[in-house]
Write a protein that binds this ligand. Structure first.
Ligand code: SF4
Length: 330
């Protein structure tokens, strides 16, 4: 990931200076009295076939970033390029076309599946909207194919979402996303609501599908241990900004940002011989309505200096594409 004005040719998705500030209305005239700085200048690139993990505590803006990229919510500022096309400039028709190539899987599959529709109807709807099948017979054949692709049985198409377990519902959500043969899937905490044993199955399925269909993933999670296995690179977010980006191996072995160090220190290591000192951050994540000046992390950073509260650090390459946003590191 770098921050040029124009994305490189092999880049599938390129985001520059993305911001989303949600207005807060108050008073009898319902004027805008404040703004929540949910996303505050995010720049990321994702190459074709890559998985970029996007990690941070809840409320750091990672899900809002995913939704802004798909324009499910409108960004306040910034540029988004997808397959070389300017997503911000797209009209409604162009957006519909783009959404065939860019799909999303949600954290809570139950909430995102219409409870009154059968699984066949839910998956088939996408095929009809995008005119990918000519008739009902073709649609049912394709639904069966998709169900088998995600490890479900053909007769599941006649059932309703409430008849499935959490893991199976997530498979239905994945089948619905796959129906339109997307290039990029935004996976928004797809395993956070599942039992640990089921999490591994869903992650393995996503990896298999990536290999089979050449998919690209933006994989959003609040837990570094979840993204380690599936990600080629990981971007760490804090209070609306990306603070560090590196290959998964480099980030876990050699974290540079003090926030990443603290997050990693909380991840259990399976090998009991390896000990990692737990770094407990002081205080809570600050209010995103009034984020701290300078480096957003300075109110909790164990190594902060006076300039950290006035000067905004920018992502810079510490070597080999390992990016960090800190005055003292890199
Ligand atoms: Fe800590 Fe300062 Fe670095 Fe921010 S810029 S992470 S406050 S040392």
């Amino acid at each position: 990931m770098n921050t040029p004005d124009q994305p490189a040719a092999e880049t599938l998705l390129s985001v520059r200076g993305l911001k989303k500030h949600f207005p807060i209305h108050g008073g009898i005239l319902s004027r805008v009295v404040d703004r929540v700085h949910a996303v505050d200048g995010v720049s990321i690139d994702i190459a074709r076939g890559e998985t970029l993990g996007l990690v941070g505590e809840s409320g750091c803006g990672k899900s809002t970033t995913g939704r802004c990229i798909m324009r499910l919510i409108e960004p306040s500022a910034g540029d988004i390029w997808f397959q070389g096309q300017d997503v911000i400039a797209m009209d409604a028709e162009a957006l519909r076309g783009m959404r065939r190539d860019m799909q999303i899987i949600f954290q809570d599959p139950f909430a995102s599946l219409n409870p009154r529709h059968t699984v066949g109807g839910i998956i088939g709807e996408a095929l009809i909207i995008h005119r990918l099948v000519k008739n009902r017979t073709e649609m049912e054949a394709r639904v069966v194919e998709l169900l088998e692709t995600v490890g479900l049985a053909p007769d599941h198409m006649r059932r309703f979402p409430h008849e499935f377990s959490g893991g199976q519902r997530q498979r239905i959500g994945i089948a619905r996303a796959l129906a339109v043969e997307p290039k990029l899937i935004v996976c928004d905490e797809p395993v956070s609501a599942l039992d640990v044993s089921i999490q591994a199955q869903v992650i393995n399925l996503l990896e298999d599908l990536q290999e089979k269909f050449g998919l690209t993933y933006l994989f959003i999670a609040h837990d570094l241990s979840v993204v380690e296995h599936i990600s080629d690179r990981v971007a760490v977010m804090y209070l609306g900004r990306v603070v560090e980006v590196a290959t998964a191996g480099d980030l876990y072995a050699n974290p540079l940002h003090p926030y990443t160090e603290a997050l990693l220190s909380a991840v259990p290591i399976p090998d009991p011989k390896i000990k990692r000192q737990r770094i407990v951050l002081q205080g809570d994540v600050p209010n995103p309505i009034r984020p701290p000046s300078g480096c957003h992390f300075h109110t909790r950073c164990p190594i902060a200096e006076p300039r950290c509260s006035t000067e905004v650090p920018h992502l810079k390459d510490a070597g080999g594409g390992h990016l960090v946003s800190c005055h003292l590191r890199g």
